[in-house]
Design a protein around this ligand. Structure first.
Ligand code: COA
Length: 171
């Protein structure tokens, strides 16, 4: 039996999402545009509503990885209208004690297959340039640098490298 399980998050499982997301923002503050203090104050209804894709009229795949019933990884695939060709990757995070076991790769493979099913031709993301583990992870998956560096957030010295991968349904 595999050590972890990947599930699609729903409004009913918002507590798993909240737990993993807040842990990720606390543990890896330089990896994300958002910060812990902004999200720690969200109400339960707001966490639930983030996962209510139908009422938000969005096309997205919010995933959670669980290990022994605990949320240990998250990632979103997100298609922004009107460009239906691109799946954006957000919020990728794996709990430190479970890194190096292929959890992030499995999350990304799930999103890739979802993106192909949606007819997308590209996946895109932004990664902090100093985040060696993540840069190497995305490169090993086949992502390449694409475009100018951007600020992680206003007034931050941290820079984000946009990366993309072309999707080929034959792979
Ligand atoms: C980046 C991150 C998501 C990788 O998660 P992970 O579950 O450890 O990654 P995987 O085990 O699936 O690794 C897959 C491949 O990526 C590469 N990789 C992953 N971590 C690496 C590291 N620290 N150094 C070098 N290569 C690495 C390897 O090629 C690896 O394959 P291999 O172990 O078979 O050689 C994780 O380190 C993390 O959560 N970091 C903090 C949050 C973050 O930076 N998120 C990204 C935001 S853009």
């Amino acid at each position: 039996m595999s050590e972890f399980e990947i599930k699609i998050l729903t409004p009913e499982t918002w507590e798993l999402y909240k737990s993993a997301r807040l842990n990720s923002l606390k543990e890896s503050p330089d990896s994300f545009g958002s910060i812990y203090n902004q999200e720690a104050v969200l109400s339960d209804a707001e966490w639930k509503s983030r996962l209510d894709l139908k009422s938000r009229d969005i096309d997205a795949l919010p995933l959670i990885a669980e290990h022994k019933g605990q949320p240990v990884g998250i990632a979103w695939g997100f298609i922004h209208k009107p460009n239906l060709q691109v799946t954006h990757i957000y919020q990728m995070w794996v709990s430190p004690e479970l890194r190096g076991k292929g959890i992030a790769k499995s999350l990304l493979l799930e999103i890739k297959s979802w993106a192909l099913g949606r007819g997308c031709s590209l996946m895109a993301l932004g990664v902090t340039t100093s985040n060696e583990a993540a840069v190497n992870f995305y490169k090993s998956f086949g992502f390449v640098a694409a475009g100018q560096l951007e600020e992680l957030r206003a007034n931050s010295p941290l820079l984000v490298q946009p990366m993309t991968i072309e999707l080929n349904s034959a792979v």
